[in-house]
Design a protein around this ligand. Structure first.
Ligand SMILES: [Zn+2]
Length: 121
């Protein structure tokens, strides 16, 4: 049996499948694509990402979530590249701007271009 077998639950698969040497294991977890620690102190931001879960939440297996692999800069870029493929760059960028505006000081690293800089080469 292939070790890279994708865990499936209710029709969802781990969104880190195909990322570097990622090996899936365990059940799927709902993962905050923008690290929750960044949203701390901004309840409006947390509500916004959870209300727009199609972009800001990902299904990630226990292996990727607990191991913090899903929080890496490279994984963030990987998630956004896939979101662009599905929803389009303009839309993703607008939605991120919507989130940035909710912060007192809009974080520069939440611009789409900045997030994509982490893509593995
Ligand atoms: Zn996985």
């Amino acid at each position: 049996m292939a070790k890279t077998e994708v865990v499936e639950e209710e029709g969802w698969a781990c969104e880190l499948a195909g990322f570097r040497e990622h090996r899936c294991y365990g059940p799927l977890h709902r993962h905050h694509v923008v690290n929750k620690s960044k949203l701390r102190g901004c309840p409006k931001c947390l509500r916004y990402v959870e209300a727009n879960g199609h972009l800001f939440m990902a299904w990630v297996c226990e292996g990727g979530n607990v191991g913090r692999e899903a929080d890496s800069r490279e994984a963030q870029a990987f998630f956004w590249r896939n979101r662009i493929a599905q929803w389009g760059e303009e839309y993703c960028s607008e939605m991120l701007e919507g989130l940035r505006k909710l912060f007192k000081v809009p974080p520069a690293d939440l611009r789409l271009e900045a997030l994509l800089e982490g893509l593995p080469t």
